[in-house]
Design a protein around this ligand. Sequence first.
Ligand code: G4P
Length: 525
Amino acid sequence: MDLKQEIQRRRTFAIISHPDAGKTTLTEKLLLFGGAIHVAGAVKSNKIKRGATSDFMEIERQRGISVATSVMGFEYKDVKINILDTPGHEDFAEDTYRTLTAVDSVIIVIDGAKGVETQTRKLMEVCRMRNTPVMVFINKLDRPSKDPFDLLDEIEKELKIKVRPLAWPISTGPTFKGVYDLYGDRLSLFFAQDKQTAEGEQIDIRLNDPAIDKYIAPFTQQLRDDLELVEGVYPPFDLERYRKGEIAPVFFGSALNNFGVRELLDCFIRIAPSPGPSHTVQRDIDPYETKLTGFVFKIHANMDPNHRDRIAFLKICSGRFERNKPYLHVRSGKSIKFAAPTAFMAEKKSVIDEAFPGDIVGLHDTGNFKIGDTFTEGEQLQFVGIPSFSPELFRYIENGDPMKFKQLAKGIDQLMDEGVAQLFTSRLNGRKIIGTVGALQFEVIQYRLEHEYGAICRYEPVQVYKACWVESDNTAQMDDFRKRKFNNMALDKHGREVFLADTSYALALAQEKFPDIRFHFTSEF
Ligand code: G4P
């Protein structure tokens, strides 16, 4: 198969949801259809159960498990599918944001009884920033669910995206009969007993066939009415608009019962995009270029303190990746060969000889790589689109053991490279401030500094509401701002200026008083 065919048959995507909506279950069912696993229950849930939220050891253990399931590749109908797993726990949302930089599309899972929830809303914002095409799977229809029209309205309003149903549920809960597949124009009947295998019952029967009544009575008339309304309200499915991230096709089903999943997958492989162009500071990269380019979007540390090696996840953006071929690590200028690059096929991690755009390759790292690092065949490129997001929680980090100053500095440095949290240095007093998106990271950092680096840290409270990157073309105003806000100015890891607003009021006031200053909430602008 040539490069072009390899690229065209790849679909790299992530499943995102609010915890408990059914992401793990759906992932597992997709793997089941792909023949990557044979029984349900083989994929370990990497979500943290409620009630264990302060147990960071458990979280780290779960994160350990999630290495194996970080990328799950499988083949389905000659299509190579790469599912990128995202952490279930919201304190690791930033991991998820970064994973979203490496996918070509997304499937959003929504619980039919709960509708759109907070975490889904936040993740959708990231998709919107990047115009990522999204499909929606409304799950748990075997339970009483909200009215489908209300759900669609809610999605449009809350997720700010137009929708187009490509399947339609016939009742929900105890009287759930199945879905009418609007894409394949046939009926899928629901039987609630078969959770383990990958077979479901599809009947080739059209809506206007009187025999349909036999299967779905007493809901035949309602289905006809509903579908008439669907066709009247929603414009026909438009592939281009979907691929631009403007319209989301919607499916209904029950992942647990293996229902509606095949329809989703069959439609997915037909409409979801294969790898497209990527953007660098220097130029756009076409995936069909023959020379290799790729970037590191995630680094995973080994939890075993005796092996402080890490896995860096490289997303291939163009060309063909080959084992043992030297590639330029752009940031260091070094040429590096990888003797044992790995890929993940469902449960198995194996050494690979080659990989193509859309694939994710695991690279062994002894602490030299950072998130955002670029690999090429010699060209100086820097990928964009791997932003840091403004953290939400802040603390001063102090050295707890004067003899271990170096270890602490190294540990902090490496953990920041992994993207565990962000580090700011106060202009006022030079103190280091750690910013995270979740409270758990503070515990994780403390624990890892101690166990992996032999360093002790202490935290002290600091009053910061938000960190935003600031810039302006108006030098005088910027100078004035720096002077007046001196106490609140800091530098990020790359030496860029950050304003640490102590309250939302202070931020609003600053934005009003300094109209020529741009306040950015992600590090990329
Ligand atoms: P998540 O990864 O999005 O957090 O969700 P996960 O798949 O773990 O699903 C959350 C819970 O919802 C699980 O139950 C799962 O069995 C259930 N679930 C998923 N899909 C469906 C569905 O279509 N119908 C129904 N009725 N339930 C569904 P749990 O009790 O929390 O976990 P478990 O003990 O069953 O694993």
